[in-house]
Ligand binder design. Structure first.
Ligand code: URA
Length: 251
């Protein structure tokens, strides 16, 4: 049986106001469930995504209930953080969502200067499932390079012997697909700090632009513009773990 939660607590945790404010909304008839005003702020509800189809607050559809995941096309120049200076990925989401508990977190990070597919979720178990090293969820990047590839980079990245500067543990094998002398796709299964940039630095090159176009078996949708986001459905979450998604690392 699914757990239930009190309406006032649910809405307060979703950023609609303090519990007292939410109780005020209920008294004012501004919380509608299945077409009728709710008269009891302590009403217990089962939280599922479908709740957003049933509840209206202040005349508007309920925000996605807890247990949500979304994909965002991160533009260059925004930071994956809740509270650093400058433009943040969270600024691209509705402002009320900053008040949510549990908070919405990025699934791993992309550098400020990297664009592309970024997942966010308030579901801690899902987040850990995606970033867990044991799952080997592949991440695919498109890099433009300052210098032409020499031909030796692919075997070195695939070797499982490459060490990043300052680290003892070698990197798991990664797949390099050259696209032109100065453009390549690189698929990795780890998430070390600035990993792709440091991998190319380790072979004497320099990444000029970096874009992530795939996580597991989930592609960045072609119609998702930089800065735009959309909620993920079950099929998209499953695609992240798709068995045919490339996973190069041995277990
Ligand atoms: N590797 C990097 O260097 N930067 C990213 O943002 C992601 C992977």
């Amino acid at each position: 049986m699914s757990a239930t939660v009190r309406l006032d607590r649910l809405l307060a945790n979703m950023g609609y106001g303090s519990r007292r404010e939410v109780q005020g909304l209920v008294r004012a008839g501004r919380v509608i469930l299945d077409g009728a005003p709710v008269d009891d702020a302590e009403l217990r509800l089962t939280v599922t995504p479908a709740l957003a189809d049933r509840l209206q607050i202040n005349g508007r559809r309920l925000d996605p209930p807890p247990g949500m995941a979304l994909m965002l096309h991160k533009p260059v120049g925004v930071t994956c953080s809740h509270k650093e200076a400058g433009a943040l990925v969270h600024d691209l989401l509705p402002s009320r969502w900053r008040l949510r508990e549990p908070a919405i977190s990025t699934v791993g990070r992309l550098d400020k200067d990297t664009s592309g597919l970024l997942l966010l979720t308030d579901d801690g178990a899902l987040l850990h499932r995606i970033i867990s090293p044991r799952r080997h969820v592949a991440k695919r990047y498109l890099a433009t390079l300052a210098r032409p590839l020499e031909g030796s980079e692919g075997p070195r990245f695939a070797s499982g012997d490459l060490r990043l500067e300052g680290e003892d543990k070698p990197l798991a094998p990664a797949l390099l697909e050259p696209l032109s002398p100065t453009r390549a796709r690189l698929t990795i299964t780890e998430g070390r700090y600035h990993q792709v940039r440091r991998m190319f630095a380790a072979v004497g090159n320099h990444v000029e632009t970096l874009h992530r176009d795939r996580v597991g078996g989930l592609d960045l949708p072609a119609d998702l513009e930089p800065g735009a986001w959309r909620l993920m459905g079950e099929a998209e979450i499953a695609a992240v773990f798709a068995p045919n998604a490339p996973t190069m690392a041995a277990s």
